[in-house]
Design a binder for this molecule. Sequence first.
Ligand SMILES: [Mg+2]
Length: 312
Amino acid sequence: MKKIAVFCIAIFIAGAIFATDKVYVIKEGDTLFQISIETGVSVDKLIEYNNLSDANLIIAGRELIVSEYTYEDLNEQLVMAVLWYQTSGEFRALSYQAFNMAKMLFDEDLENHPDETATRAVIVDIDETILNNIPWEAGQIGTDNTYPYNFVKWCGERVAEPQPGATEFLNYVAEKGGEVFYISNRKEILKKMTMDNLKKTGFPDVDEEHVMLSKTTFDKEPRRKIVSENYRIVVLLGDNLNDFSSVFSVESIEDRSSSVDQMKEYWGTKFVVLPNPIYGDWENAVYNWNWNLNAEEKNEERKRHLIVWPAK
Ligand SMILES: [Mg+2]
């Protein structure tokens, strides 16, 4: 029935056309079948994109959506941030800077508190703090996929590289009698592969006690509390505000910024941040924590939050 209909000249009620849709202007005598051949978009997709309830008539001069805004389109926006992360000397410099600063803080604590009896601890997040998963991000570019597509498979490969300066710093902590706790929101099912990857990179303290993944909550505070009960936490490293304190368990962009301001004495003295322009809670905040927005809506929210000059 559908095959017969597409050869007819038909009228239809087109779906709403957004600025990001790619459109085809219908010519006199066109059929969906001809348009499909011309645009390379299947007849079924043309029907779907345009909400065609009756594919019997199309009208010359009207616009037909031939491509909706997809994750493949949205993923194009990853290119510059991923490129910066993977190729810039500046990224590497920032990473070394973070771990050098953490080492200074650790040394300072050793020097200033020589009589401390509790074992010193350093808490680190894993992803984009000490391990680099950006090849997986780069793999999304040019595809219609998004997180968590293939992330488990990526973790299973155990090939994430250490961030510049991470291995040296964490082993320095171990040499000086400290212990490293890995508090990550990777899921428990990823534990074995995560621990294998951490061991492969030469990080210390990679065992059941020190690798604390997400069992029931993404809130890291209860895990930090377990560490603080028996250790002296000297420094925390992360790429996301939730890696540092529950003070940052706020959602809006404005509240996140003001909580960072409120804790300004802690940055570089207790908390050390690594850059992550690719993903994180900052992105969730842009979507008002509605991760289920479609690609079109995410694109709109991203653009809507830009501070633009001159004003449009
Ligand atoms: Mg992280």
